[in-house]
Design a protein around this ligand. Structure first.
Ligand SMILES: Cc1cc2nc3c(=O)[nH]c(=O)nc-3n(C[C@H](O)[C@H](O)[C@H](O)COP(=O)(O)O)c2cc1C
Length: 177
């Protein structure tokens, strides 16, 4: 199983959670870590390179901090530009079919805020629906997201533990049935 992590954090130097996750990911040879903001500081995405990278992997992870209930903009730009008609969807657009897609998301707000009656009103599952719909259109299998809520109050130990749990999760072969 070859895993590609496409990570999008606009300010990784000041990140705690995503930076810790990336450090742990890099320890594992089966995981390719692809940091969009480092690869494309001018935000000019090499579409063919991105498409080849996806084709070479079985499982794709989109990792990002939750910004305004969505991803930071470069991951959206990546979707707009890389998921082209004829490659990702439409006639002959089957290059991602049967690959797996996982979201790995950190959120500032605590878990209990993401529910009906909580201050964010909606669950993470509801808020991530546009990603799920995208996954459906491009023919990937949308696996349950890895979500780390409550980054504002998390301890160093909890963040380190989340990095290990995250890597185990995205490398697991057989627990998604
Ligand atoms: C522009 C911006 C928007 C944010 N929007 C949200 C949000 O909608 N919901 C939320 O729970 N946290 C939000 N946050 C908090 C980030 O999700 C949180 O700081 C991040 O996940 C922490 O990860 P890091 O240590 O890797 O930066 C936002 C932060 C910024 C800077």
């Amino acid at each position: 199983m070859k895993v590609l992590v496409i990570a999008a954090h606009p300010n990784i130097e000041e990140s705690i959670v995503n930076r810790t996750w990336i450090g742990e990911l890099k320890e594992h040879p089966n995981i390719t870590v692809h940091e969009l903001y480092k690869q494309y500081p001018d935000e000019e995405i090499d579409i063919e390179r991105e498409q080849r990278l996806c084709e070479e992997h079985d499982r794709i992870v989109w990792q990002f901090p939750f910004y305004w209930y969505s991803s930071p903009p470069l991951l959206k730009k990546w979707q707009d530009e890389v998921l082209t008609h004829g490659w990702a969807y439409g006639s002959n657009g089957d290059n991602l079919h049967n690959k797996e897609l996982i979201l790995a998301v950190s959120t500032g707000s605590a878990k209990e805020k993401y529910q009906a009656g909580g201050s964010n009103h909606y669950s993470m599952s509801e808020l991530l629906k546009p990603f799920q719909a995208t996954s459906h259109l491009i023919g990937t299998k949308f696996l349950p997201a890895f979500i780390f809520n409550g980054t504002y109050t998390a301890t160093h130990e909890e963040i380190k533990e989340s990095a290990k749990a995250y890597v185990n999760y995205i490398l697991a072969e057989d627990n998604f049935e």
